[in-house]
Design a protein around this ligand. Structure first.
Ligand code: NAP
Length: 497
């Protein structure tokens, strides 16, 4: 049985290792050129207990350069593997992820805080990306082009782009990694990954499994440490041809500027501010369920979280009443405890931000229907909150809250709500509930976002293109489109035939 975080805290930090079925998955070293590199330096803590789980190295520019050069050497041979050889190795990695899903989930919950059931779900979709791209490795097709000259034949071939730098956030410490690394490896690229400092242990466990699966040395390197200097090496080292980043729009813009010097190709999965709209003709029960999963999954810390909820006049009161009832019943605690559906927020800055958003909305006339304050458990635990009568110009409807706060805003009609939804520099995900087929098409097409959920609050899957428009980013991850980021098209004309 998996122990609770509270039990681990009582027994001391080394207990996480002791509780893993495979203790070798808890690593305190970086992985460069097929070698585990130390020394451990900074602490990784459990947000539910504050206890130290492990220490990992603090590398900076030199360590990153070493990893990039290892990836550069490895690229020469990895790119020459056949698609089937790469596919087989990825498939083996996938099988190891599945076989170790409980350990991976326990590591994830311990360092990130989300409930264990959600961590298991994340490990499953993390594995699903690897499985999907293991399959896609064999389908990187080029094209032949009808020639304008009788003596020539034209074709376009796809080749791996080269060494890729990847930087990932703390909110999905497993799946954000496999979503980048598996298409890169499938295409024949090599990777240096820097995970978030709060959650490096999931990344180190994943690379330990990749090593076991037979990923050759230098092909997949993981480094922990100083994000600024590592990001600079990714953007400036001539061997790096692609920088893939998931995280805040603020850091994405820094990388965009830095990457212009070496004209690197970039993939940016950035912040969101998702609207969630409930029309009068919606199935209210379904809309409440959708709002629960979209808003409160991962304690509201997903980039595709419903951030501002718009409810039409005819159903407004009923929707708020039903949503609040469910929210008030949620069990809060450490993520490894039975029945817990809300863990702690990642840190105290996250608590400060949600408090700022609540205070601003209330000052403008909003009512706290449920929650609204720090939880009695202390630390970064926060009561899941519903606010009613929120004004559309409140801070909460302009900034990503990244916490368990549902602000419900009134709207009059379709045109009014579409205008409010699109009045944002972000455009990652949008959701709406309606049973009118004409409206479904009109609204889905009018919303300025990379993804739209119609009558659902959960849209992420490995088979669909994930990504945003406007300041939410560039490029797509997942699906066959996710592979395109990691290949270059080379046009070849064969003349004199
Ligand atoms: P963050 O502060 O931008 O950090 C993300 C990553 O960037 C971390 O690994 C961080 O390293 C690194 N980093 C920070 N400053 C850097 C710099 N100057 N140069 C290079 N790397 C740097 O974001 P976060 O707080 O971890 O994640 C939350 C954000 O991610 C939210 O805005 C969310 O919407 C977004 N997100 C987007 C998606 C998507 O697919 N669009 C998915 C998930 C999350 P350290 O941890 O070492 O500082």
């Amino acid at each position: 049985m998996i122990p609770t975080a509270a039990a681990q805290a009582k027994q001391g930090p080394s207990m996480l290792r002791d509780r893993l079925q495979d203790p070798a998955l808890l690593r305190e070293a970086c992985y460069i050129d097929g070698t585990w590199v130390g020394p451990p330096s900074f602490s990784v803590n459990n947000p539910a207990t504050g206890m130290e789980l492990a220490k990992v190295p603090q590398l900076s520019a030199d360590g990153c350069t070493r990893a990039v050069e290892a990836a550069e050497r490895a690229f020469l041979t990895w790119a020459k593997h056949t698609a089937k050889q790469r596919s087989n190795i990825l498939r083996k990695w996938y099988e190891l992820i599945v076989a170790n899903r409980e350990d991976l989930a326990l590591i994830l919950t311990s360092e990130q805080g989300k409930p264990l059931s959600e961590a298991l779900g994340e490990v499953d979709i993390g594995g699903a990306y690897v499985e999907f791209f293991a399959e896609e490795a064999r389908r990187i097709y080029g094209e032949t082009i009808p020639s304008p000259r009788p003596d020539a034949r034209l074709l376009a071939i796809k080749q791996p782009i080269g060494v890729c730098g990847a930087i990932t956030p703390w909110n999905f410490p497993n799946s954000m990694i496999t979503r980048k690394v598996s298409p890169a490896l499938a295409a024949g690229c090599t990777v240096v990954l820097k995970p978030a400092s709060e959650t490096p242990l999931s990344a180190l466990a994943l690379v330990a499994l990749a090593e076991k699966a037979g990923v050759p040395k230098g092909v997949f390197n993981v480094i922990t440490g100083d994000s600024r200097s590592i990001g600079k090496v990714f953007c400036e080292h001539p061997a790096v041809r692609f920088v893939g980043f998931t995280g805040s729009t603020e850091v994405g813009k820094i990388l965009y500027r830095q990457a212009s010097v070496g004209v690197k190709k970039l993939g940016l999965e950035l912040g969101g501010n998702a609207p969630f709209v409930v029309f009068d003709d919606a199935d209210i029960e379904a809309a409440v369920e959708g709002a629960m999963v979209s808003k409160y999954r991962n304690m509201g810390q997903t980039c595709v979280c419903a951030n501002r909820i718009y409810a039409q006049a005819g159903i407004y009161d009923e929707f708020v009443r039903k949503l609040s009832k469910k929210v008030a019943a949620m069990k809060i605690g450490d993520g490894t405890e039975q029945g817990v559906v809300q863990g702690p927020l990642i840190n105290m800055e996250a608590v400060d931000k949600i408090e700022r958003h609540i205070a601003d909305a209330v000052e403008r006339g909003a009512k706290v229907v449920t929650g609204g304050k720090r939880h009695a458990l202390g630390r970064s635990f926060f009561e899941p909150t519903v606010l009613a009568d929120v004004r559309p110009d409140s801070l909460v409807s302009q900034e990503e809250t990244f916490g368990p706060l549902a602000p419900v805003i009134h709207f009059k009609d379709e045109a009014d709500v579409i205008a409010m939804c699109n009045a944002s520099p972000f455009g990652l995900a949008s959701y709406f509930y309606s049973r009118d087929l004409g409206r479904v098409w009109r609204v889905a097409e009018a919303l300025e976002s990379g993804m739209v959920g119609v009558n659902t609050g959960l849209i992420t899957t490995e088979v669909a293109p994930f990504g945003g428009v406007k300041e939410s980013g560039l490029g797509r991850e997942g699906s066959r489109h996710g592979m395109e980021e990691y290949v270059e098209i080379k046009y070849v004309m064969m003349a004199g035939l």
